[in-house]
Design a protein around this ligand. Structure first.
Ligand SMILES: *[C@@H]1O[C@H](CO)[C@@H](O)[C@H](O)[C@H]1NC(C)=O
Ligand SMILES: *[C@@H]1O[C@H](CO)[C@@H](O)[C@H](O)[C@H]1NC(C)=O
Ligand SMILES: *[C@@H]1O[C@H](CO)[C@@H](O)[C@H](O)[C@H]1NC(C)=O
Ligand SMILES: *[C@@H]1O[C@H](CO)[C@@H](O)[C@H](O)[C@H]1NC(C)=O
Length: 344
């Protein structure tokens, strides 16, 4: 009995490490690309690496060929296999309501406006002042959990070949089996429309359908190769009272001229909408259980130092009791959201 268990344990260890190190996996490709483009080997969030496509090199090449030759009917006929092996968001139309409700406007950035937290006004403690980011502060932490359905990126060799525009909606509907007026169609159209919306004055924005595109876009927004990603490690502390432990200001605590923030969008494969965020301070803070003082999370917070163009009715001002340009506004980076800065 014991030796059988040991055998199973050893076997699973071997299999586990072998697949992790498969040099042909999309994850290995991504790590190599990331290190090469940025010239650093800065820590990469585990969750982002876990979003690399599970497709094997062979499967990827085969789907990529169909996308390259615009053979959407062949892709469409292989929809089930494509969905399952690429870990996409695919569903029969009857089950759509739940997904819409779960994702809908309850998610911080999914409705129209990038700082629109209005729909979540029932939660407190989303926004806070910079002065609170110091050792010993006890404060509420909002629900930072990502409510969007789990899915993976497509390999760039596929996503870059698929249409990504409202003008190509019929091709997308064919590939992803989205019926007329289905929730899937609505979801695709909403995301594409949001991605096609012109940036606000001085803003740079783009939707990316692969981690590689995100890396390239951050290098162009930040104007240098040596970039790094910052994200809150997990959701521990969410909806609870937390204590701030050790705090570190990124970039020596100086205001950064430019950073880039990316939020997930609903789409059959993982898509992020990224936009430049000028004049921010980014902090890393240990998040402690206020009772035991044990560290439960590595938090990343971003403080927007110039709020003069924000709407006076912005939830942050209602919560903090102030107005545009009079205060800085800080918030945690929510689960699966990402902030890119120049590497320290
Ligand atoms: C599309 O792909 C299918 C299956 O691979 C193939 O039989 C068909 O000839 C292709 N059509 C075109 C127009 O390339
Ligand atoms: C889809 O919605 C449009 C506009 O509401 C309507 O005209 C059309 O008949 C609908 N199509 C189907 C197949 O239900
Ligand atoms: C924090 O979260 C991780 C992953 O969700 C979990 O494994 C761990 O036990 C949590 N740690 C604490 C101290 O709650
Ligand atoms: C703050 O932003 C406003 C408008 O976006 C701009 O006119 C102003 O120069 C900025 N102030 C600073 C100190 O950068």
């Amino acid at each position: 009995m014991t030796s059988l268990l040991l055998f199973i344990f050893l076997t699973s260890l071997t299999v586990g490490s072998a697949s992790d190190q498969n040099p042909l996996s999309q994850k290995s490709n991504l790590i190599r690309y990331w290190n090469k483009q940025t010239g650093n080997s800065h820590t990469k969030p585990v969750f982002l690496l876990s979003k690399a496509s599970p497709l094997s090199a062979v499967e990827s090449a085969s789907f990529s060929k169909l996308a390259t030759t615009h053979n959407y009917s062949a892709l469409s006929s292989r929809f089930s296999a494509f969905c399952a092996s690429a870990n996409l968001l695919c569903f029969p139309d009857s089950s759509l309501r739940t997904i819409t409700d779960a994702a809908g406007c309850s998610f911080s950035y999914s409705c129209s406006f990038k700082y629109n937290y209005d729909k979540r006004s029932h939660t407190t403690g989303i926004f806070f002042r910079e002065s609170m980011l110091k050792k010993g502060t006890v404060m509420p932490m909002p629900d930072i959990q990502d409510k969007l359905p789990e899915r993976s990126f497509l390999p760039r060799s596929i996503s870059s070949k698929l249409p990504f525009s409202t003008s190509k909606i019929s091709e997308l509907k064919l590939v992803f089996h989205a019926g007329d007026n289905s929730t899937m169609e609505t979801m695709i159209v909403e995301t594409l429309s949001d991605c096609e919306k012109a940036p606000s004055l001085g803003e740079t924005k783009r939707c990316v359908g692969s981690a590689e595109d995100m890396i390239d876009f951050s290098i162009s927004v930040l104007g240098r190769r040596n970039v790094a990603i910052r994200a809150t490690k997990n959701v521990n502390g969410s909806k609870h009272s937390i204590m701030i432990g050790w705090v570190k200001g990124i970039n020596g605590g100086k205001v950064m001229q430019q950073s880039m923030t990316c939020h997930q969008r609903l789409f059959p494969y993982l898509v992020y909408s990224c936009h430049s965020d000028p004049k921010v301070r980014v902090y890393e803070a240990d998040i402690l259980d206020p009772n035991s003082k044990a560290k439960i999370n590595d938090g990343v917070a971003i403080c927007h130092m110039n709020t003069s163009s924000w709407n006076p009715n912005h939830e942050a001002f209602l919560e903090l009791g102030s107005g545009p340009g009079r205060i800085e506004v800080c918030h945690w980076i929510f689960e699966n959201d990402l902030t890119w800065t120049v590497a320290d």
